[in-house]
Design a protein around this ligand. Structure first.
Ligand code: ASP
Length: 319
């Protein structure tokens, strides 16, 4: 394999073990390799059923998950590997006895060939990777990063619209706490001609750290009116207001429902456009929209399996 995770997060240095922690590690050539591989994996091919035979993936989830954990497990099983996991790891692993994340990861690395970690703290995956003897994948670190979601989002846009460049993408909702949009905006900045329309109330605006990363690489525009922006979008990426990241319930209640994708909004959206959402959705997409062919969020969730298959193969050197 010629591609490498060339920009390791600070501290990982020249690590020979590849860890995927942050979207900024993903160079365009690797993104393209993974997209191509994921597209191939969508075609049924029995030879894949043994690609990771004998390998074990451990999932360590300290925060709730449906899609990320199960699609990683499905991906590993489809490649002939095996899975073991601690869901609800904060209560059901030795973390409840006070064990540090680092110690848990050191130990689990002796049982598994690859670790998929979700944790509520920003930076937890990077901390864990520093001590991990096996590849570690960040499956969400608080309001930090969610690079594998961003990869499957790219795959979905490519499959739905046929390209990843010259697109106007509206990222909508809780851009402050939403780790998916923080990762996705960085990946979209690699493709020429894109424009990111960051649609959020001022309290939930995209973090300065991400804006700095995007500067000079992709056009960005900050807006707060979704219906005024909808008419020119190719992709409307809706997000959930992240209740669990608010310190006050009142602030959350005031901001939830700020943007709703409903049938009226869909009438403003161009015919060729698509609606994405990392899910779970609460009331920010009306279920009446689900039957609209432009509603691509359930297809998006399914694409997670193919992208995670591609990634597992790549990180385990079997790609
Ligand atoms: N499932 C996504 C995440 O884990 C989005 C969300 O929870 O709103 O970040």
């Amino acid at each position: 394999l010629s591609d490498t995770l060339t920009t390791s997060p600070a501290g990982l240095g020249e690590a020979v073990i590849p860890h995927l922690i942050d979207a900024s590690q993903l160079e365009p050539s690797l993104i393209l390799t993974l997209l191509r591989r994921a597209e191939e994996l969508r075609q049924p091919d029995q030879s894949q059923a043994v690609a990771l035979r004998g390998k074990i993936m451990a999932t360590l989830f300290y925060e709730p998950s449906t899609r990320t954990r199960l699609s990683f497990e499905s991906a590993m099983l489809r490649l002939g590997g095996q899975v073991m996991g601690a869901q609800d790891a904060a209560r059901a692993s030795s973390a409840a006895k006070g064990e540090s994340l680092e110690d848990t990861v050191r130990v689990v690395g002796g049982y598994a060939d690859i670790i998929v970690l979700r944790h509520p703290e920003i930076g937890a995956a990077e901390r864990a990777a520093r001590v991990s003897d096996v590849p570690l994948i960040n499956a969400g670190d608080g309001a930090g990063q969610h690079p594998t979601q961003a990869l499957l989002d790219l795959l979905t846009i490519k499959l739905e619209l046929g390209r990843l460049d010259n697109l106007r993408i509206g990222l909508v909702g809780d851009l402050k706490h939403g780790r998916t949009v923080r990762s996705l905006s960085v990946l979209l900045s690699h493709f020429p001609g894109n424009e990111l329309v960051l649609i959020a109330p001022p309290e939930l605006a995209m973090g300065e750290d991400v804006l700095r990363q995007l500067q000079g690489r992709v056009r960005t525009r900050q807006e707060s009116d979704l219906s005024a922006s909808a008419g020119s979008l190719d992709v409307l990426y809706q997000t959930r207001i992240q209740a669990e990241r608010f310190s006050s319930r009142e602030d959350y209640e005031r901001l939830r429902g700020v943007y709703v994708v409903d049938e009226a909004l869909m009438r403003r959206l161009p015919e060729h456009a698509i609606v994405l959402h990392p899910l779970p959705r609460l009331d920010e997409i009306d279920p009446g929209v689900d039957t609209d062919p432009r509603a691509a969020y359930f297809r998006q969730a399914k694409n997670g399996v193919y992208m995670r298959m591609a990634l597992l193969q790549w990180l385990l050197g079997a790609g």
